[in-house]
Design a protein. Structure first.
Length: 433
């Protein structure tokens, strides 16, 4: 009874805001409209360039592929954040962690955004793959059979449009089902008087982690590796997962800073919690570098033509012509610089410094996906004209606005902390050692 009384006192404390405003739902409409208009306008512009009689032949051939690659980067980007959040939620239950209870609701809200990401990908399924366009996936267009004729039979079966789309639907149904299961029970606990609502999640987290690991592995291969159907890597799924974790913890650092600037969760999330977020961000930056280097070293050393050709257009040219966003630059800006920047304990405990590195890693994560997804000709020839910059930047902005709007809609009116979680007191008093 004493515990319940003290908990009620904490919930009713007005020194900080712990609940999202219901008015956030109005922001959803505005952001969704802006994002839809931006993406739609860029699609129509690209289509008009591709079908204009006055446009140069080279620019006509590049217009729609450029849009679809930009759109795929944006879809993979926002999906990676929600998948990273889903991973964090599952791990919290799997380890019965106490320190992260005050952070878990934010992760649950972000994880719920994966349903909207599925709708974003549906645009690709309908208007690119089913429409028979080879602008994004060469095996999906009219020349698909020609592009696949030299592949082994299992790949020809795997890269079949109906089978491909069916797998994508399965991935998103599974992810959204997991996110909804954890989110609904966690929110229901806010109104419950005992722990019976979420106790089963400790058991569900075991198989959920296995399912999550398998689906993210195959999804990443389908989304990005099949852009070049002759290339393959056995650890590509782990590579993308590492990027998901980096993106989520980077966003979490930035989000907490923005919330506390608005007097939200100012005392609930302390320097100790931010320190652990910084440690996780630092750890996954290093883990990403380890996986990226392992993949690169083995492929480059073996020098198998089917594998090494993917890196050939991304590697630094000794003559410094056609450098593109080469492998060496990615290692420098995505690994070496943030590794040194996050190494200090003082940086990870400083709100402004951690926020800076959060923003920095969100930007670098986009360039990582650009490095993977952008057309190889563009990477190799270093051609970045105004239409290219506008398309890639505009599509990311538009999709980002819609994604943020959806997250605000989900959060509206809800507690931003699981206020009835029995481990909340331990999380509030958490201290690093």
């Amino acid at each position: 009874m004493a515990h319940t009384t003290s908990l009620d006192t904490w919930i009713n404390d007005t020194t900080e805001r712990r609940r999202a405003s219901p008015d956030l739902k109005t922001s959803f409409g505005k952001l969704a409209l802006v994002g839809l208009l931006v993406v739609g306008a860029l699609f129509l512009w690209s289509w008009s360039l591709a079908n204009s009689e006055t446009t140069e032949a080279l620019k006509k051939s590049e217009a729609m592929p450029r849009f679809w690659h930009a759109y795929l980067i944006a879809c993979c980007y926002v999906s990676s954040i929600s998948l990273g959040a889903l991973f964090f939620v599952i791990v919290q239950y799997l380890a019965a962690a106490r320190w992260g209870v005050v952070l878990r609701r934010l992760a649950e809200i972000i994880a719920m955004g994966i349903g909207f990401c599925g709708l974003l990908f549906a645009v690709i399924w309908v208007f690119s793959i089913l429409a028979g366009s080879g602008d994004l996936y060469p095996w999906a267009g009219d020349s698909g059979p020609l592009a696949l004729k030299n592949l082994q039979e299992p790949k020809q079966i795997w890269l079949n449009p109906p089978f491909f789309i069916g797998r994508q639907v399965f991935y998103f149904v599974v992810w959204f089902g997991l996110a909804r299961m954890f989110y609904r029970r966690s929110v229901a606990q806010d109104r419950a008087s005992d722990n019976d609502v979420v106790a089963p999640l400790l058991w569900h987290s075991g198989w959920s982690m296995f399912v999550f690991a398998m689906t993210i592995n195959f999804a990443s291969m389908d989304w990005m590796m099949t852009l070049n159907p002759t290339w393959f890597s056995t650890i590509f799924g782990v590579y993308y997962f590492a990027g998901c974790a980096v993106a989520f913890f980077a966003l979490l650092a930035v989000l907490i800073s923005r919330l506390q600037a608005r007097d939200i969760l100012t005392h609930t999330i302390t320097t100790e919690h931010r320190h652990d977020i910084g440690k996780l961000l630092f750890g996954f930056v290093f883990f990403w570098g380890y996986i990226a280097f392992s993949q690169f070293l083995l492929i480059w050393y073996a020098s198998i033509p089917e594998e090494v050709q993917w890196y050939a257009v991304r590697h630094i040219d000794p003559t410094m012509t056609g450098i593109g966003w080469a492998t060496g630059l990615l290692f420098l800006f995505h690994l070496i610089i943030p590794f040194l920047g996050l190494l200090s304990r003082h940086v990870r405990r400083s709100k402004p410094a951690l926020t800076f590195w959060g923003v920095y890693m969100l930007i670098m994560h986009w360039f990582d996906l650009y490095y993977i997804i952008a057309p190889e000709k563009q990477l190799n020839e270093w051609r970045y004209d105004l239409p290219t910059i506008v398309t890639y930047g505009g599509v990311m902005l538009g999709v980002g606005c819609m994604y943020v709007g959806v997250l605000l809609y989900i959060a509206a009116g809800n507690w931003l902390v699981p206020v009835r979680d029995p481990r909340l007191a331990a999380s509030l008093s958490f201290q690093n050692h």
